[in-house]
Design a protein around this ligand. Structure first.
Ligand code: NAD
Ligand code: MG
Ligand code: MG
Ligand code: MG
Ligand code: MG
Length: 340
């Protein structure tokens, strides 16, 4: 059984006594910075000169500094820049300015697990990774709840890295929901696998194939959109509430029987073999290497794939349909349709 932590297991005063620099003010960065501030922590935000995020942070009353200046002041440096730029920021702006004994906090283990960042021995290296998007991390905190977190310590230089990690996790509201003890390796490999094989990659491909199959057979795209995309949320909500079993209980017997006989025809055992190959490429570093090499070249493959995805007919159909639905409100004010 995994080791679990809740608010009572953590001492908030530990993080309240540190100066914290949050590097990056995107999805996770804004949520960590604002939640910590509202938990009584001394927070500053470190951003590139001319960063578009600076105004948003200042509008919230946060102090915005250059990364170097924020790091110079800080006892705890939280690295929430995009994974692919973290190693540059670390080498050029964080490491040269890091106070002796300052702790480093990550929201995902990518750069530590694959060796792109190698902190010196004197620093605690922690991870507090919310298991949900940053905008939900903020919204839940404001509503008095929290998004579950997983917590890890890679390097315990101070001898009290766990106490600090749990205090930080409490500060962002994560221990209201609960924290699970993990390692950088387990978090990184399972996070990448989950998003590639099931949540993002697997689900997106499944929905696109479903839409293509129906529209190529002559059914209306609007109807196909409802059946294979829109209703997915309703099914997933039931799974989250009560597992696959609750979903099967809630749907009709016709749907449940169809699930049993057709699910394994669509997602056949070969899919599991494919998943194992995806996991192997995560574990052996091939995925990380491919991602970073493409990013370093200016992201030509990434950009081409994003453009191809946005051009899929399901996006056009969805855009038109959603305009007609006043009950679908965009939850994320930073996202504008068609300009991901
Ligand atoms: P993001 O792309 O939303 O935001 C990145 C921020 O970093 C932006 O404010 C950007 O201006 C800033 N930035 C970019 N380059 C910079 C530089 N050179 N110096 C300083 N700041 C710079 O990123 P994100 O999705 O919040 O991801 C941050 C970390 O959190 C990653 O490690 C990611 O894996 C992890 N994470 C993200 C989510 C999520 O919900 N998006 C969930 C769990 C973990
Ligand atoms: Mg994840
Ligand atoms: Mg991830
Ligand atoms: Mg239906
Ligand atoms: Mg039923």
């Amino acid at each position: 059984m995994a080791e679990l932590f809740y608010d009572d297991d953590a001492d908030l005063s530990i993080i309240q006594q540190r100066k914290v620099a949050v590097i990056g003010y995107g999805s996770q960065g804004h949520a960590h910075a604002l939640n910590l501030r509202d938990s009584g922590v001394d927070v500053r935000v470190g951003l590139r000169e001319g960063s578009g995020s600076a105004k948003k942070a200042e509008d919230e009353g946060l102090r915005v500094l250059t990364v170097a200046d924020a790091v110079k002041e800080a006892d705890v440096v939280v690295i929430l820049a995009p994974d692919q730029v973290q190693r540059h920021v670390y080498r050029d702006e964080i490491a040269p300015n890091l106070k002796e004994g300052a702790a480093l906090v990550f929201g995902h283990g990518f750069n530590i697990r694959f060796g792109y960042i190698k902190p010196e021995a004197g620093h605690d290296v922690l991870m507090v990774a919310p298991k949900g998007p940053g905008h939900l991390v903020r919204r839940e905190y404001v509503d008095g709840r929290g998004v579950p977190v997983i917590v890890a310590v890679e390097q315990d230089a101070s001898g009290s890295a766990w106490e600090l990690a749990l205090s930080y996790a409490k500060g962002i509201g994560g221990l209201r929901a609960g924290g699970i003890k993990t390692t950088f390796t387990e978090e990184t490999e399972t996070d990448l696998f989950g998003e590639q094989a099931v949540l993002c990659g697997g689900a997106s491909q499944l929905v696109q194939y479903g839409f293509e199959t129906l529209t190529e057979a002559g059914y209306q795209p609007e109807v196909a959109y409802f059946e294979v995309l829109h209703e997915l949320k309703l099914i997933v909500d039931l799974m989250v509430e009560g597992g696959i079993a609750k979903q099967r209980w809630s749907v009709s017997d016709t749907a449940e029987y169809g699930d049993y006989v057709s699910g394994p025809r669509v997602i056949d055992p070969h899919v599991k073999e494919n998943m194992k190959a995806v996991l192997a490429d995560i574990q052996n570093g091939a995925f990380a290497e491919r991602f970073i090499a493409d990013q370093d070249a200016g992201a030509p493959e990434f950009t081409a794939l994003r453009d191809k995805g946005e051009a899929h007919p399901i996006e056009t159909t969805g855009r038109e349909l959603r305009k007609m639905f006043s009950w679908i409100k965009p939850a994320d004010s930073d996202y504008t349709e068609g300009s991901a």
